[in-house]
Write a protein that binds this ligand. Structure first.
Ligand SMILES: [Zn+2]
Length: 236
């Protein structure tokens, strides 16, 4: 009887996992997860899916901040009740290899407890003059939280000017919890300023902006369900 009980429990367990996977893949991410897996397995085979660091798409003001495939978009849902506040660019390399750059001129801050994150203040939004915005970067550390941000910007850095195209660090896989790696990528988002001039909580989508017009790419996950965003015609 004990054995039968165990078998039944195992079957129920396996079924539950399958239902969760099917739900995750088909309801939440109809197309994208499969493509991300294909990209990570063989980036060379899908070179046309990649964007390239420091290129500008269309007439957009921001530079692309790193190389790789834009796997998840602004507004994608990974789990019920949570909406992605930025874009995820997967370098297709191991951690610590793919460089990450400033997308626009601004003032870099790294809070004292930030291992893998930094934020750049842009005093004058290029698309809405007169308002201040921020660009937020994260996952720039290895799975244990050892930082890949370059030494120029140690924890505690405040308001250091960086020009667009400045090297900031390298893509990593730190999730915020040691030994719980996410896939190697850069998370990049545009965060609104609070009335006191600081940045709003970057973890809530309502405090962020659709990055599409800033990068000249279809990055709104509610509107773009299956197209992999790449630069169309290159600007000189
Ligand atoms: Zn992300």
């Amino acid at each position: 009887m004990k054995t039968i009980g165990k078998i039944v429990l195992t079957c129920v367990g396996i079924l539950t996992v399958l239902v969760v996977i099917v739900f995750y893949e088909t309801i939440l991410h109809p197309q994208r997860s499969g493509k991300v897996v294909q990209w990570i397995r063989d980036p060379q085979d899908h070179a046309d899916w990649a964007v390239h660091a420091n290129e500008q798409c269309q007439d957009a003001p921001f530079f692309i901040p790193t190389d790789g495939m834009i796997g998840y978009l602004w507004g994608d849902s990974f789990q019920i009740g949570h909406t992605h506040q930025g874009i995820d660019i997967f370098g297709g390399t191991e951690a610590g290899i793919t460089p990450v750059y400033a997308a626009y001129d601004g003032y870099l801050t790294r809070l004292p407890d930030w291992k893998s994150s930094l934020i750049i203040r842009i005093p004058d939004d290029p698309l809405q003059s007169g308002r201040q915005i921020w660009i937020y970067y994260t996952h720039l550390a290895d799975e244990n939280g050892s930082s890949y941000i370059i030494d120029t910007f140690p924890a505690g850095t405040s308001e250091v000017f960086v020009a667009a195209g400045t090297l900031l660090g390298y893509q990593g896989n730190y999730s915020g919890t040691p030994n719980n790696p996410v896939g190697v990528h850069l998370h990049f988002s545009i965060v609104q300023s609070d009335s006191d001039g600081t940045f709003k909580n970057e973890l809530e989508i309502k405090n962020t902006l659709d990055p599409s017009p800033y990068l000249g790419l279809p990055l709104n996950g509610k509107e773009n369900k299956d197209i992999i965003p790449v630069c169309g015609t290159h600007q000189n």
